[in-house]
Design a protein around this ligand. Structure first.
Ligand code: NAP
Ligand code: MG
Length: 402
């Protein structure tokens, strides 16, 4: 078989620990035998980030800006223990945070659905994709403990020194206050990423806040979404037969539970933090959650939602067998290859990525899966495969489909 060619490179960001091991297996078994893989390689493994004073992370994000699409392996976000373990020059920042700041993107998380791994909500038939606004609100709050009687006010001083004041509360005794903010530009960027992604996926977009209570703050989110939708996206949504709708956050959680899935749920920062963990758990396994960072101007970075699976890596280092789920990482690759193919008009590449997804799903559905899934599946006569064995089983299926 002739290998599929790629004209424009994909930005490849290698990572750490067990996922780095899986990364190589996926490339060797599922990609390079079939594709003339054209990537611009960045090694975001912790050792190399340390050697380059983290410049490699910045360079990789700049490369995504240039080429439009990247695929990333999970990486260690160093803490004190990691500084010691890797003898680091300093406690480098989270690579995902650095990349997100450069691309100004929104993260969309979606589960991969297979028969036999059932969500806790039985009528969820299609994935629910969650989008979290990753700026401001309580994550950039200023807080103050109040010890006794007194008056708390919000004060804004404009650049000419003019003050505007709003009473927060006349305290009669001890209490607590918090100041939060957001930026119209950031909310607008978030809104555009969500509308673009809905068009990409051809799925409805839901957005919820609490504007009935927060008549200025949350209302501002609602208004910005509505204005951008009307001006920039409405006609394209109508052409595709998809809808945008806004409702209250408490109403939306009820609708999500009653739905059958198949839509994108945009959340304010805190709601997204809480609800994405709820959805990941309700859909079954972290090993089945994908994640894509989308910038307002349409650059894409694909990855698995889970971390580097450290515990399995230490087993691997001792020469023991591991059964680590590579599905989310495989889907990070297929997502990126499909996007690359779409942008370049490379149908063969899109077709290959779709077949690889099919081969992966059918491997699990026919009963061969990793330990995390074997524990929760409803299928009978399941074969628990080791990490490489699972990937090789997918390869067999893929070769049959191709
Ligand atoms: P983790 O790597 O997601 O793993 C936590 C546990 O979840 C694992 O021990 C394993 O459970 C299970 N698990 C996760 N992914 C799995 C998979 N693909 N297959 C099978 N089981 C899986 O989280 P962590 O251990 O808290 O973090 C490890 C490192 O990852 C940290 O250094 C953190 O900074 C980093 N991290 C990176 C990213 C990213 O790059 N996007 C995201 C999160 C965390 P069992 O041990 O019970 O089998
Ligand atoms: Mg959280």
């Amino acid at each position: 078989m002739e290998k599929i060619r790629m004209d424009v490179p994909l930005v490849e960001m290698d990572g750490d620990e067990m996922t780095r091991i899986l990364w190589k297996m996926i490339k060797d078994e599922l990609l390079t035998p079939f594709i003339d893989l054209n990537t611009e390689y960045y090694d975001l493994g912790l050792k190399h980030r340390d050697e380059t004073d983290d410049q490699v992370t910045i360079d990789s994000a700049e490369a995504i800006k240039k080429y439009g699409v990247g695929v990333k392996c999970a990486t260690i976000t160093p803490n004190a223990a990691r500084v010691e373990e890797y003898n680091l020059k300093k406690m480098w920042k989270s690579p995902n945070g650095t990349i997100r700041a450069i691309l100004d993107g929104t993260v969309f998380r979606a589960p991969i659905i297979v028969k036999g791994i059932d969500p806790y909500v039985p009528h969820w038939k299609k994935p629910i994709t969650i989008a979290r606004h990753a700026y401001g609100d309580i994550y950039k709050a200023s807080e103050m403990k109040i010890d006794g009687k007194g008056k708390a006010e919000l004060v804004f001083t404009d650049e000419n020194g003019k003050e505007e004041r709003v009473l927060i509360h006349e305290f009669k005794g001890p209490g607590i206050i918090q100041g939060i903010h957001n930026l119209d530009d950031s909310i607008a960027g978030f809104a555009r990423s969500c509308f673009n992604f809905a068009i990409d996926m051809k799925q409805d977009l839901w957005f919820a806040a609490k504007d009935t209570i927060s008549k200025k703050y949350d209302h501002n989110f609602k208004d910005i979404f509505a204005e951008i939708y009307e001006k920039e996206y409405k006609s394209r949504f109508e052409e595709l037969g998809i809808t945008y709708f806004y409702t209250l956050i408490d109403d939306v959680v009820a609708r999500v539970i009653k739905s059958e899935g198949g839509f994108i749920w945009a959340c304010k920062n805190y709601d997204g933090d809480v609800m994405s963990d709820l959805l990941a758990t309700a859909f079954g396994s972290l090993g089945m959650m994908t994640s894509v960072l989308v910038s307002p101007d349409g650059k894409y970075e694909y990855e698995a939602a889970h971390g580097t699976v450290q515990r399995h890596y230490y087993k691997y280092l001792k020469g023991e067998q591991t059964s680590t789920n590579s599905v989310a990482t495989i889907f990070a690759w297929t997502g990126a290859l499909k996007k690359r193919g779409e942008l370049d008009g490379n149908k063969a590449l899109v077709g290959f990525a779709e077949k690889l997804e099919k081969a992966t799903v059918s491997t699990i559905e026919s009963g061969t899966m990793t330990g995390d899934l074997a524990l929760i599946t409803k299928l009978e006569n399941v074969k628990k495969a080791e990490s490489l064995e699972f990937i090789q089983a997918i390869r067999k299926n893929l070769e049959a489909i191709l």
